[in-house]
Design a protein around this ligand. Sequence first.
Ligand code: FES
Ligand code: ZN
Length: 291
Amino acid sequence: MPHHRLALCKEDFLSWFERYTERTIKEFRMFSKEDKVLVAVSGGKDSLALWYVLRKLGYRADGFYLHLGIGEYSERSKEKVEKFANSLGAKVIIKDLKEELVGIPELEKVTSRSACSVCGMLKRYNFNKVAKEHGYTVVVTGHNLDDEASSLLANVVNWNTKYLGRKYPVLEEEEGFVRKAKPFCKFTEKETALYALLRGIDFIEEECPYSEDATSIFFKEILNRIEEKFPGTKMKFYLEYLRKVYPKFRERKEGKVQPCKVCGEPSPAEVCPVCKLKERIGGVKIIKDGA
Ligand code: FES
Ligand code: ZN
């Protein structure tokens, strides 16, 4: 790991990885052992590894899996999550999107947005709602350094200043939002993959068929090319943003948040985007039933 100036054997790598996670949690004051932590799990390497490490470190961490209705892919990833929860002896909350809406493939057809963007919105909405309903004090996700640095680069290229004031490894609880944290934000994708493999975690290797959009993959590749030539750049790019740029934009709040009139979740308008979507889908269903 040239960016850490470290070369470790298997055992040392595993314990370094766990200690480093603990250090990151403390550095950003993400949560403590008193917190009730909800880990958003997809069945992939990052989220399952995160769940494993948190429990190993002694945190009270349960899992939450949102079934997205993406055919076999969703079925297989749900099985992985359930098996993993069993092996940990941990609780996992499973919610099926189809129970109150429809699956992602159907949603993609009726909205003008990409599958990934609707999916992202529904995940954020449900993580927050489910955490509050079950009394969790913080939601954690498995985002790694590659995820964070590549989305930062994409937003810098477009000078999306709204984004620059929102992106931080921990977002405090406010106005109907539960606290959110990303304890793996300083690990590269290679490091989390290696940890999951060496720990023998049985994760789903296949990507979601919609996968990440081409833009994010493109920016990840660019960063990897820079990293090859100048090791440490990826980490520096992200950490210096947190230190120097984020504080300058943090105060800038654009748009007011209010409780949605239908579901009570924080919303930019009277009715939140998810309830609007439900209303629309309801309409589609009525037309279908009537036809
Ligand atoms: Fe959300 Fe693939 S996981 S669209
Ligand atoms: Zn709503």
